[in-house]
Design a protein around this ligand. Sequence first.
Ligand code: ACO
Length: 460
Amino acid sequence: PENVGIIAMDIYFPSSYVDQTDLEEFNGVSKGKYTIGLGQLKMGFTDDREDISSICLTVTESLLKKYQISPVDIGFLMIGTETIIDKSKSIKTVLMDLFKDSGNTDIEGIHATNACYGGTASLFHAIDWIESSSWDGRYALVVAADIAVYASGAARPTGGCGAVAMLIGPNAAIVLDRKVRSTYMANVYDFYKPDLSSEYPYVDGPLSNQCYLQALDQCFNLYFDKANRNRDELLNHNNHSEQQSMIELSHFDGIIFHAPYCKLVQKSVARMHLLNNLRLQAHDPSRFDTKLEKYRNVKLEESYNDREMEKLLLTLSSENFNKRTDPSLMLAREIGNMYTASLYACVISFILSDSVENLTDKRLLLFSYGSGLAASMFSARVTKDKAILSRLMKGLTDVQPRLQQRQRVPPTKFEETLNLREKTHNIAPYEPTGDVSSLMAGTYYITDINQKYHRTYSKV
Ligand code: ACO
């Protein structure tokens, strides 16, 4: 199969949000700390009516309906999430309810968990299934979803909630490049969830930021090594001048990241400016940005807390950030961290930021990070075929209107809701109390959890 990648996408996010300026006031922190310091505008959250299975049901059914995909045409379905409600029974089994009426029970794939990385693991597996000898010609589905909540404290404003579903197959709208994926994995305790009785992670914020940037350094260099070794995979064959030059950052039209909070993404683009210059100078010393002279021999592993360098890099990379990355951050600012779904919500934002005409043939560089840690860099190209791209974009036309329809909830209500989730997390029997009328049409919600922990769902 040729041109394997993302054919269709859909996103679900909660109907309620708390405004970050309201939260700054409520938490008594200085004005601008969350909005400017973290770069966040709003944070989506949900009450006890929704859980990880319900948001996966909502987004998956919505995608199948919107793009008129018959359930019998799905041969693989994999879910990435770190929101765990059962140590054995996977969310995938719950989603099989959506295929019941069609009689399709022949669907491979289960789920992947490692912090925010499971969506990317699932996407890679889906692509690999289609490119393998096991492929039977049907589509794959990838669902990345999480309810991101933190205990009260510094990390709480970096929560969020969202689910992205992606239809994977040949002749895609966003085609993944082959032979260039780079990965960095290591054993660290920057963010983890050892307490199964709580939804909250244990998090070392500063360490997690450093690990994110460390993983970025490693993935960046390995990606560009592979990209330059496999130039034919990436380059336009009839553009001769392009074939002579080294593949570097400016090759890409969009640079898209997992977005825990938008300021970290901006700092990552800044760091890439340094990484790219270090690679350029190794090739040709005269190509090093003269404004960076002081850092020509910088030791990457000693530079994570160099605030002076960070400031300079932020300035030097601002144009790059505005052009190549800022368009991808709309949903991240509006909803917050969606863990596994975050990177793919950023892809949706990038697509929503422009027209079919301008997006065709655009090259995208993507960075996925999951604490613990697992990270990958990979790349993709938007199709040249306007009909294929239009189909994907048509399915996303309701995203902006849905964002506008959301309800702004005061921080007191937000705190109450999180306290309720905390108290009732994984108890049985339990009948949720959240107001169903606040949910948008098509949203699945929990009707009941019985004494044997069986969950039943209905739909608005
Ligand atoms: N106006 C503007 N900026 C402000 C203001 C203000 N009034 N007050 C503070 N700031 C800035 C700070 O200068 C700082 O920015 P800088 O680092 O660019 O200088 C920023 O706001 C954050 O403030 P801090 O006091 O440094 O950090 P805080 O204690 O609020 O914690 C953190 C931030 C660590 C991100 C915390 O929210 C957290 O732990 N989040 C969860 C972990 C996380 O998301 N990690 C990222 C990778 S792992 C993952 O994806 C989960």
